[in-house]
Design a protein around this ligand. Structure first.
Ligand code: EPU
Length: 426
């Protein structure tokens, strides 16, 4: 399937200082779409996934599925995956390097074919991001694991039921384990699982495929099947895109209605925005209104697993803190190196000091436009937000990071009145 994304430029030009006003729709969730598309490898029947955002990461997932031998077709509003003819079990380095989530093919390939070879994901810019927990579950299920020439080779002759307590809460680790155990007819138990809405969306899909999954607190009880059905599923809205747009509406002193969301997935984000002084009105279960009538109040933020405050919103809230009236404290507990936006925000006049995993942010009267570089997906979103409130012109470089996870963010911001353009050339 062809990559439908053809962005011509790698930079945004932003003229700051315009309040955002109007209505905007949120796309389907990136981090729910990737595992759900990959779950189609578990069945030889056709799977239909609706509300898949048009992103670099979803395009990479199509490429990966096709590399394995699946047929992928994007139609109006849906993606159809037929993994009936999958005959390759290797996720090559060229793909894993571009998208770490490629490691999610391990669980389904091992479950359906008893083998998988996946390039070893190295460190990435936000941290080391080990996959030891994924591998421990595979091993407990009876997999033989060997690392050779930069690839992890996994083989599983006969799957055994697993009882495992995750040593750290891991999103893709939980997803990989659930997908592997979907092929085990005996009862498995996973404790200390991730409960992120994206994981729960995958659980719903797996139930549609015929897997029995019971979840209570952080424990999942799974009874799989050898013969999983195809499914049709609509991916949940992207709570991080929603949160990013909410922050944008607030800090620009705007008045924005955000539609096609799941209000119940946004609890910690709404709470922090309100604490900062935003007026947030829930219009119904799928839309809300954010108004920025006053200057932001300083915040104390500590990232945590869901339902805590998401690490994927830390950089965006840092921008809010940069222009708040007072001193904020932001602690990053999930990834050890997720403050790379700090140096770029400092170039725009932000007053931030980082010690270990804590950033102390002193609010300034103004940020000033500058040329800044994206280092990762959410960092790039924070630079766009900073550009929207800054005085003067901001150029955000390397926005391919942003295109990995936000569907045409600049068009959405523009529809709300922002002055943002993709530059024709770098
Ligand atoms: N960890 C281990 N061992 C493991 C797995 C994880 O030590 O086997 C550690 C990691 O190093 C990290 C922590 O556990 O310190 C949490 O990592 P997790 O595995 O939960 O992260 P992930 O599954 O690799 C997903 C999202 C990330 C999001 C995190 C946390 C996808 C495709 N990615 O990553 O999304 O930040 O969960 O919520 O779902 C993004 O969208 O920008 C993004 C980075």
């Amino acid at each position: 399937m062809k990559n439908t994304i053809s962005y011509t430029s790698n930079s945004f030009l932003i003229e700051g200082g315009r309040p955002l006003r109007g209505k905007v729709r949120v796309s389907g969730s990136k981090n729910a779409s990737l595992p759900i598309l990959i779950a189609s490898l578990l069945s030889s029947e056709v799977c239909i996934v609706e509300n898949v955002p048009n992103l670099l990461d979803t395009a990479t997932t199509f490429e990966l599925l096709e590399e394995l031998g699946a047929h992928v077709e994007r139609r109006e509003g849906e993606v159809v995956v037929d993994a009936g003819s999958v005959d390759n079990h290797v996720a090559p380095d060229s793909v894993v390097r571009r998208m770490r989530a490629s490691v999610l093919v391990m669980g389904p390939l091992l479950s359906r074919f008893g083998r998988a070879t996946v390039s070893m994901p190295g460190g990435c810019s936000i941290g080391v991001r080990s996959i030891d927990q994924h591998l421990k579950v595979f091993e407990k299920a009876g997999a033989h694991i060997e690392v050779k020439h930069g690839y992890i080779n996994l083989e599983l002759r006969k799957i055994k039921p697993v009882e495992y307590t995750f040593e750290v809460i891991t999103v893709t680790g939980t997803e990989n384990a659930l997908m592997l155990l979907s092929g085990c007819e005996k009862r498995s138990v996973l404790r200390n699982i991730a409960l992120e809405p994206e994981v729960m969306d995958l659980v719903e899909v797996m139930r549609k495929m015929g897997v029995e999954i019971h979840i209570e607190d952080r424990t999942a009880i799974i009874r799989g099947s050898k013969d999983l059905r195809g499914f049709k599923h609509r991916v949940i809205p992207d709570r991080i895109e929603a949160g990013t747009l909410m922050v944008a509406g607030f800090i620009t002193g705007g008045d924005v209605i955000i539609e096609d969301i799941r209000v119940d997935h946004l609890g910690s984000i709404i709470e922090k925005l309100k604490e900062a002084g935003a007026h947030v009105d829930l219009l119904d279960l799928r839309s809300l209104r954010v108004r920025g009538l006053e200057k932001a109040k300083p915040l104390s933020i500590s990232t945590a697993e869901y339902p805590g405050f998401p690490t994927d919103m830390q950089a965006q809230f840092m921008v809010l803190c940069c222009v708040a009236d007072g001193i904020s404290e932001i602690r990053e507990n999930i990834f050890e190196n997720r403050f790379q936006h700090v140096a770029e925000l400092q170039r725009m006049g932000a007053d931030i000091h980082v010690r270990d995993r804590t950033a102390i942010v002193r609010g300034v009267d103004k940020l000033y436009g500058a040329e800044v570089y994206s280092t990762d997906l959410r960092a790039s979103a924070s630079l766009v937000l900073a550009g929207l409130v800054a005085e003067g012109t901001t150029i955000v470089r390397d926005i391919y990071h942003l295109d990995r996870g936000y569907e045409r963010l600049e068009e959405k911001l523009k529809s709300l009145g922002a002055a943002i353009e993709r530059l024709p050339h770098n």
